[in-house]
Design a protein around this ligand. Structure first.
Ligand code: 5RP
Length: 236
């Protein structure tokens, strides 16, 4: 580890390093997306190169696939793997029941499919991701481009009926164009502030035509490894 990492990068790195110790040769491993997951991929790549660790990695985005290949991890598709021993990924928020908001990096769809196809999902995070109640981080919802404004209006109606509406729903942008996910979809970010019943919301959102998936991960995560800026690590 470089000595000049900022406290936040130290926190992400030590969480990733600890979680990388869960991985043994022969495992099929889901590889998350984002800056914390990138540390994990680097740590695993180091073990592949230095210790001869032999794993198959299933990336959750094109970015992670490229990084994994660059660090020497043998990358396969989920269809080749079918089922995984473990997935390790970051999160935008986690609560006391280990429910999550994910998708800040735009990869929630592949992330949810891969995590759900794993015996265990481990989240790696810095302490800022721990919340009492989910929702301060805007909830990403992946929608198909066709008729997305209609889908947005339906989302507004639905969350108003559930009494969880914050101030707005925004189309995620990439410069002056709509952000496009690896699956060719758009992302609507729901600024809710406080999600009282995350389980209900997760189910209801996916009933809306045009919605592909939402960033609430309910009962999917098994363990959260929290790294701190001073190098300490706790497991929740
Ligand atoms: C990507 C994600 C990321 O895991 C989440 O955004 C956390 O990212 P980071 O580790 O960079 O804070 O869900 O879709």
């Amino acid at each position: 580890m470089s000595a000049d990492l900022s406290p936040i990068d130290t926190a992400k790195f030590v969480a990733a390093k600890r979680a990388s110790a869960f991985i043994e040769s022969g495992m099929k491993v889901g590889l998350g997306t984002g800056s914390t997951a990138a540390w994990l991929v680097q740590c695993l790549g180091e073990r592949v190169r230095n210790e001869g660790l032999s794993i198959k990695g299933v990336p959750t985005s094109s970015r992670t696939a490229e990084l994994a290949r660059n660090v020497g991890i043998d990358v396969i598709s989920l269809d080749e793997a079918r089922w995984l021993d473990i997935t390790i990924d970051g999160a935008d928020e986690f609560d006391g029941e280990l429910n999550l908001i994910k998708g800040g990096g735009g990869a929630l769809l592949q992330e949810k499919i891969v995590a759900t196809a794993s015996d265990r999902m481990v989240v790696i995070a810095d302490p800022s991701k721990h919340v009492q109640t989910l929702g301060a981080f805007p909830l990403p919802v992946e929608v198909i481009p066709f008729g997305w404004q209609t889908t947005k209006a339906l989302l507004e109606e639905t969350i108003t009926a559930l009494d969880v509406l914050g101030d707005q729903i925004t189309l995620r942008m990439n410069g002056d164009r709509a952000y496009v996910t690896d699956e060719g979809n758009h992302i609507l970010d729901l600024h809710l502030k406080h999600i009282g019943n995350a389980r209900q919301l997760a189910l209801v959102l996916n009933q809306i035509p045009g919605v592909v998936e939402n960033g609430l991960f309910i009962d999917i995560c098994d363990i959260v490894v929290v790294g701190h800026g001073d190098g300490r690590v706790e497991i929740q």
